[in-house]
Design a protein around this ligand. Structure first.
Ligand code: DX5
Ligand code: ZN
Length: 212
């Protein structure tokens, strides 16, 4: 059964305490860290992540959509993230970046944008815990799921059976089962959980049921 990792990117930022409370039955809290360079959006700095980690009742992972991940890894680990997910596209030295992440004592994930082949992570697959596959072009919540990525999810599960396969972007009640059948172990969901026309806690349960 898939784990559910709500992304608070689309939550009410004026009530993050309430969002975290509503997500207390999730498996993981997914924080989309953006620097305005790797993606055209700017989100959570280390002080806010520290406050979120303090308040959250679930483990917090940071999805680092940043241009210079090496400069920031330690700050987010110190803030309390249990897992750091770095983009293969954000560095020329992925092996070194993975080792730097591992040295901080956190779980390590590597992420791929929709246009990036699985081959980009081949050489570090043995050194990470998780592969995050983007099913939207990163930067914003509320986008549509790129169905062409289902084949990539299946191939990732086949090639990297030891890794957690996390899928991120455009996940909702109607596609959750297909994404899990393709091989996803963890579903990141933002706008389908934090939406004004539904209770986030109920949505998390519905997603879990849909993903069975
Ligand atoms: C996009 C982020 C995703 C996004 C998910 O760059 O990485 O985590 O917030 O939001 P939805 O589920 O709305 O696509
Ligand atoms: Zn994300």
């Amino acid at each position: 059964m898939a784990l559910i990792a709500p992304s608070i990117l689309t939550a009410d930022w004026l009530d993050l305490r309430g969002a975290l409370k509503a997500a207390r039955d999730a498996d993981i809290i997914h924080l989309d860290v953006m620097d305005g360079h790797f993606v055209p959006n700017l989100t959570f700095g280390p002080p806010l992540v520290a406050a979120i980690c303090e308040e959250a009742e679930r483990p917090v992972e940071c999805h680092l959509m940043v241009e210079r991940p090496s400069d920031l890894l330690a700050r987010y680990a110190e803030a309390g993230a249990f897992r750091l997910i770095v983009h293969a596209e954000a560095t020329l030295h992925l092996h070194r970046l993975v080792a730097e992440s591992r040295a901080l004592g956190v779980e390590v994930g590597v992420a791929l944008n929709p246009g990036s082949p699985l081959a980009l992570v081949e050489e570090v697959a043995a050194d990470v815990d998780l592969l995050l596959l983007m099913t939207v072009d990163p930067g914003f919540g509320g986008q549509s799921f790129l169905t062409g990525q289902l084949a990539k999810i299946r191939e990732a599960k086949r090639r990297f059976p030891r890794l957690w396969i996390e899928v991120d972007g455009g996940i909702h009640l109607e596609n959750a089962r297909a994404v899990c059948e393709a091989g996803a172990d963890i579903l990141v969901a933002g706008s389908s959980v934090f939406t004004k026309d539904a209770d986030p806690a109920a949505r998390i349960e519905q997603l879990r049921a849909a993903a069975k």
